[in-house]
Design a protein around this ligand. Structure first.
Ligand SMILES: [Zn+2]
Length: 272
């Protein structure tokens, strides 16, 4: 019950959405044009739409941060359009090329029918598949979903991050307050205490790290104002035998300044 998720304010800087729309679209279309150009020599299915989506989405995320866009859904929709337009640019490029080859007498729908019927071959390792008909439609749909999905997802995540409405800046202070044992029974016990809202007790009850599993108490806050709420994220870090670390979020909530103070006071001095 006491868990409070961060709610974006739904605001954005002046003119931010226009810049966001221009940036995402320009990014997606530019990569689409580039891929349309190189596809006369080679075409990378899945990779091309990924690149378009990542470009449109990453530009979107940069503008979200620079222009203080706290509207995750709107940012996602704008990024989606950028990614989809980029992918359609690749198709439009192929269409224009086909049209010029037959002397301009080729409708868009007619062209698409021809291409889908003829199909395209995909090489996977040493084997080659011919994708045509319904399979081709599915391939086109998957490519649009990939480009649009990444275009949408990346700015969505950026616009959901905590923003200090008082200082008009993104939360910028990352601290690991404490690291405690994260063995399975400890994880369950810690989560149970966190659910009660007594965050400091979760730390006091914590045991020193004994094995491969550790719980990290991370705090994200606005460094300009000590009174604003902070965001507490409890992460599980599992170290594999090969020494690789896997970190997963286990629990997240906004905490008040006094709750943060209690957490700091309860943090064991030994931390890694
Ligand atoms: Zn602030």
């Amino acid at each position: 019950m006491p868990r409070r998720s961060y709610e974006p304010s739904g605001k954005a800087g002046d003119g931010a959405l226009t810049i966001l729309a221009l940036g995402c679209t320009a990014g997606g279309v530019a990569v689409g044009l580039l891929e349309g150009f190189v596809s006369q020599w080679f075409s990378l299915f899945i990779m091309f739409p990924l690149m378009i989506g990542i470009t449109a989405g990453s530009i979107g995320a940069v503008i979200v941060k620079a222009r203080n866009v706290r509207m995750p859904v709107i940012a996602a929709l704008i990024g989606l359009v950028g990614g989809v337009l980029g992918q359609l640019t690749v198709m439009g490029d192929a269409y224009m090329e086909a049209r010029s080859m037959v002397g301009g007498e080729l409708g868009l729908a007619e062209w698409y029918e021809l291409v889908a019927t003829a199909g395209t071959s995909i090489t996977r390792g040493s084997s080659k598949f011919l994708v045509q008909g319904v399979g081709y439609h599915i391939l086109v749909a998957v490519e649009l979903v990939l480009a649009g999905g990444l275009g949408a997802g990346i700015p969505f995540v950026a616009a959901r991050e905590p923003f200090c409405e008082r200082c008009r800046r993104w939360y910028d202070g990352h601290d690991v307050l404490a690291t405690i044992d994260g063995e399975k029974d400890q994880l369950t016990a810690t989560k149970r205490v966190l659910e009660t809202g007594d965050y400091a007790r979760a730390l006091r009850d914590g045991k020193p790290v004994s094995g491969q599993r550790a719980l990290l108490f991370n705090v994200l806050r606005c460094t300009q104002c000590p009174t604003a709420d902070a965001q507490l994220t409890v992460k599980l870090r599992v170290t594999t035998k090969k020494g690789e670390e896997k970190v997963t979020n286990q629990w997240k909530s906004m905490v008040t300044a006094s709750e943060l103070g209690a957490l700091r006071a309860a943090a064991p001095t030994q931390s890694s």
